[in-house]
Write a protein that binds this ligand. Structure first.
Ligand code: BGC
Length: 450
């Protein structure tokens, strides 16, 4: 019997990017430096010495890029706003020229029938705020709310879907615990504080929205489901710790107003006793949650790993992407059903999902065939459909990413795009995955039928 993959009526098909990864011209028109500007210009931090100075030059080429979206038939586009373009010092003085860029982008999207979805913070904190302690400073929640309010006043009405933060786990794990991402700190004493202040900031941003906003606001988490390597009590406990650390540490304070007990066990003397009143701020009503899903982890107990005492186990005979992530589509279904079971029937979006694979160079006029990425997309969309069948209230899907871009400290070495970007010429070429995605959108999924 054939299985139909028709998605619900009105299902939103989109693609996502983020400011520092694509815009280039980070200091143009009076913008202040961000922590990524500083990090990328610190020798040794970025693979190949790459920076976001030019990236996809989207700051200048956004009109052409909106046409790429239109060619796919996208209903929605998820982008992020560079805080330091709008408020060069992070608070206070507004830089109208920076704000104007986002007004122009949003106008262009709307003129082309594409719904803008704006994320306020995708990792690029203004450097001036980092100088004041960044996410370690409790005032960061107020700084963020001030900035959020500027954006709501300027664009609510034209932007109807907002997200406060993108992936606070990555900010704290990469930026404050292991140091591979900006601002490059390595401290288990800092990580829980930064995490907590990020969730206070998200709450403060949502509160600010409720005062003026007329549409939808939510928050975006990366969720990576954890599966035990064995049924031993040690591996099961390690799996619980890994799950609490990566997934519940952020979704729990936002949606339940608490932290899972494993965090105290993981951080030991570094786990602060946060004021209970803080949870009134972190826990706000959200209109949706965005979930970024890439892979799973199979977890084993590993006392040598700091501070989690757990490590991932590579699976034999499985496909791994160029970022070392197992292709595991069942994890997407499991993530969505877990999320619903734990947090209730909140409208959900997949706000990112995609894969980095090596793309062979193509001659002019050739089709850029990317079979592994195409297969990844196909499998994950089917897994998504399974979750809808299981009763998950899923409203839409944003592919990561519209085009190849700066993969943070991995530079341009990892390509996630639907469109290939030649960074020397800025030429964009659709990959076979883009062609499949356009057909998915046009047929609302039935091109996947089998
Ligand atoms: C982030 C993106 C990133 C992608 C692939 C997510 O963690 O939100 O900015 O490029 O995953 O690593």
């Amino acid at each position: 019997m054939t299985r139909s993959y028709r998605f619900p009526e009105g299902f939103l098909w989109g693609a996502a990017t983020s400011a520092y990864q694509i815009e280039g011209s980070p200091l143009a028109d009076g913008a202040g430096p961000s922590i990524w500007e500083r990090f990328a210009h610190t020798p040794g931090m970025m693979v190949g010495g790459d920076t976001g100075d030019i990236a996809c030059d989207h700051y200048n080429r956004y009109k052409g890029d909106v046409q790429l979206m239109k060619a796919l038939g996208l209903h929605g586009y998820r982008f992020s706003v560079a805080w330091a373009r709008v408020l060069p010092e992070g608070t206070g003085r507004i830089n109208d020229k920076g704000l104007d860029f986002y007004k122009r982008l949003v106008d262009e999207l709307l003129e082309n029938g594409i719904a803008p979805n704006a994320t306020l913070f995708h990792w690029d904190m203004p450097a001036a705020l980092d100088d004041r302690g960044g996410w370690l400073n409790r005032d960061s929640a107020h700084w963020f709310a001030e900035y959020a309010e500027v954006m709501f006043k300027a664009l609510d009405g034209r932007v109807q879907r907002w997200a406060t933060l993108n992936e606070p786990w990555v900010v704290t794990d990469g930026g404050y615990l292991h140091g591979a991402l900006a601002p490059g700190h390595r401290s288990k004493y800092e990580a829980p504080i930064a995490a907590h202040n990020l969730m206070r900031a998200s709450g403060a941003g949502i509160q600010a929205y409720r005062a003026h906003g007329k549409h939808e606001i939510g928050v975006v988490f990366n969720i990576e489901p954890k599966y035990p390597h064995s049924q031993s009590p040690e591996d099961l406990a390690a799996t619980r710790r890994a799950h609490a650390y990566m997934n519940e540490q952020f979704a729990d304070p936002a949606l339940l107003g608490s932290y899972p007990p494993e965090l105290k066990e993981i951080f030991g003397d570094a786990w602060p006793d946060f004021p209970v009143d803080d949870f009134k701020l972190t826990r706000q009503k959200v209109d949706f949650v965005g979930i970024n899903y890439y892979t799973r982890a199979v977890v084993k107990n590993d006392p040598a790993q700091y501070p989690l005492k757990a490590s991932p186990v590579r699976q034999p005979n499985k496909t791994y992407t160029e970022t070392g992530w197992e292709v595991f589509e069942q994890g997407l279904t499991d993530t969505l059903t877990w999320f619903k079971d734990r947090y209730g029937d909140i409208p959900l979006y997949i706000t990112e999902n995609g894969s980095a694979f090596y793309d062979a160079p193509v001659a002019e006029g050739d089709v850029l065939d990317d079979p592994l990425r195409t297969s990844y997309l196909r499998k994950h969309l089917k897994a998504l459909h399974k979750a809808i069948d299981a009763g998950v209230n899923l409203k839409g899907y944003y592919a990561w990413s519209l085009m190849d871009n700066l993969e943070w400290s991995l530079g341009f070495s990892k390509r996630f795009g639907l469109y290939h970007v030649d960074f020397a010429t800025q030429k964009r070429t659709p990959k076979a995955t883009a062609k499949l995605y356009a057909k998915v959108i046009e047929s609302n999924g039935t091109v996947l039928d089998d």
